[in-house]
Design a protein around this ligand. Structure first.
Ligand code: WAQ
Ligand code: MG
Length: 268
């Protein structure tokens, strides 16, 4: 018999503003410990503690769960956030995003893509050609959910990532999220950097080159961050959103891990 798995989601907020969140897919036996770990993480913020934390658990239909492989990982070392954003722009254009949409997305994340410059709970969905926003609710955005490492593959994947300094849960969760996004119908690329004021690394992901980390995409102390999913057409938007928010995907293996390399902007 197939094992029953659950989608566990955590959301922490303060004064109505999103603070942190996490998405896991786990077996019944793991529910208590993983919930406690996510609660502890929600309470251990560098800033003021949350005033509300919600954890929700929902069983998944075993037949609906897909398995997939993680994308390749690259790391670009840049001199500062300006160079990092310039590189992000280039990588997005290489992936097929228009210059205009790429610039608009970088500006949006820099200014805060939610209402009145706030951080969104989820992601912006953007037409990769026109730069038009398609996500509807601009404070919530689209929350990608129901994805994780397959539990039997987790120890080996974590060990391989830890051996190259990428074993932190933040990296693993971002890699898993990007992996699910890259499998979405009509996706061209993703841009992300954290809203954590002390975490400056972000990434551009695309189906061909995979998860491309950029060592610096924002200024130290900046509370803004977010995600933009670039899509090729708004025709199939409903099925795209359904896949991102609801379809369970478990990742069973790593892709290739490329050695970090320096990047200098030839125009600077
Ligand atoms: N679905 C959609 N958007 C999300 C989700 C989700 N499940 N979770 C977070 N976001 C959005 C939301 O706007 C957050 O404010 C923003 O992304 C940043 O989230 O070294 O830590 O969890 O390789 O702060 C990337 C680099 C780190 C990791 C990203 O994001 C590495 C990170 P955070
Ligand atoms: Mg965060």
């Amino acid at each position: 018999m197939e094992r029953q798995l659950y989608s566990l989601r955590m959301r922490a907020s303060r004064g109505g503003h999103h603070q942190s969140g996490a998405e896991r897919v786990i077996a019944a036996a793991e529910v208590a410990t993983v919930t406690a770990a996510l609660m502890a993480r929600a309470m251990n913020t560098s800033g003021p503690p949350p005033d509300a934390v919600h954890c929700s658990l929902e069983c998944l239909e075993p037949a609906s769960i897909r398995q997939a492989v993680l994308p390749d990982i690259s790391t670009f070392l840049v001199g500062g956030w300006r160079a990092g954003r310039c590189l992000a722009n280039r990588l997005l254009v290489r992936a097929g995003v228009s210059e205009r949409a790429a610039s608009r997305a970088l500006e949006l994340l820099a200014e805060g893509a939610g209402c009145e410059g706030s951080v969104m709970r989820g992601a912006v969905v953007m037409n990769a050609q026109t730069g038009e926003r398609l996500e509807g609710d601009i404070s919530r955005g689209v929350r990608v959910s129901r994805m994780d490492l397959a539990s039997e593959a987790r120890p080996a994947i974590e060990a391989l990532l830890a051996a190259v300094g990428l074993g932190h849960h933040r990296v693993i969760e971002a890699l898993v999220l990007a992996a699910k996004v890259l499998g979405a119908p009509g996706i061209v690329a993703e841009l992300c950097w954290s809203d954590d004021p002390d975490y400056l690394i972000g990434y551009v992901a695309d189906p061909r080159y995979g998860y491309q980390r950029i060592s610096n995409l924002k200024q130290q102390g900046d509370l803004r961050g977010g995600r933009v999913f670039f899509v090729s057409l708004d025709r199939a938007l409903d099925s795209l959103l359904e896949y991102l928010e609801r379809r369970p995907v478990l990742f069973t293996a790593l892709g290739r891990i490329n050695a970090p390399r320096d990047w200098y902007d030839a125009d600077e």
